[in-house]
Design a protein around this ligand. Structure first.
Ligand code: CDP
Length: 216
């Protein structure tokens, strides 16, 4: 089975994916880490993020090991990722990797689960289950602030909030594969939910939906 999880930054996708992947025995891919890895690769090389051709080269020579870099999850790389994610051919270069991952679960796994911005709409429109995870922006900013502080990255609430706001606008208004809810996705608003409650709600949705339903 394929599970598609989309939603804005810091909405709780990552935690939910971990729990679902474990429960349903799925191989997980955080597709944001691919965009972050391309952005990190550009920053390491000293290339301008606006340089379209350079961004394309970095995405074509994509090094998966960079997704494990400790520098991947900084606020700076989050912003940089959303800038290079605007380029359609960068998205195209990363698309093939995501398709292969989604449709080839390793032996012993029951399927795959991918999270990002355009999984249900572009990468896996045929996914068996589609969940759009969201939460009020102030709650998302608090969660992201906690995450950054836990990683020993200095951050203040007001800048995290502004950064998320800017990123939401950039991600949802871009021409290519903007962040938008697929019409057949289940909405999971985690504003007032604990991680466990969010997981149980997702589980109920999955249990209530027949697998391989015909998609519109
Ligand atoms: O973890 P967080 O929610 O902050 O962001 P992320 O999932 O790591 O994604 C970083 C950026 O990559 C996003 O703001 C998007 O601009 C871009 N992205 C995308 O365009 N499409 C995806 N499928 C995943 C991420």
């Amino acid at each position: 089975m394929i599970v598609a999880i989309d939603g804005p930054a810091a909405s709780g996708k990552g935690t939910l994916v971990k729990k679902l992947a474990e429960y349903y025995n799925l191989e997980a891919l955080d597709t944001g880490s691919l965009y972050r890895a391309v952005a990190l690769s550009m920053v390491i090389s000293g290339d301008e993020l606006q340089d379209h051709n350079k961004a394309l080269q970095h995405s074509l020579n994509f090094d998966f090991r960079l997704t494990q870099s400790p520098d991947l999850r900084t606020a700076e790389i989050g912003v940089a990722a959303s800038k290079i994610a605007l380029f359609q051919d960068v998205r195209k270069a990363l698309f093939s990797f995501q398709r292969k991952f989604a449709t080839n679960p390793p032996a012993g796994k029951s399927g795959t689960i991918l999270d990002g911005r355009d999984i249900a709409t572009v990468v896996c429109p045929e996914a068996d289950y589609k969940i759009f995870v969201t939460a009020q922006i102030e709650i998302r900013a608090k969660r992201r602030l906690k995450e950054l502080i836990e990683r020993n990255q200095p951050a203040i609430y007001a800048s995290v909030l502004n950064e998320l706001r800017d990123r939401d606008v950039r991600d949802s208004t871009r021409k290519s594969a903007p962040l938008q809810q697929s019409i057949d996705a289940f909405t999971l608003d985690t504003t007032h939910l604990t991680a466990d409650q969010a997981f149980k709600t997702a589980q109920k949705y999955i249990a209530s939906e027949p697998i391989n339903r015909q998609r519109i």
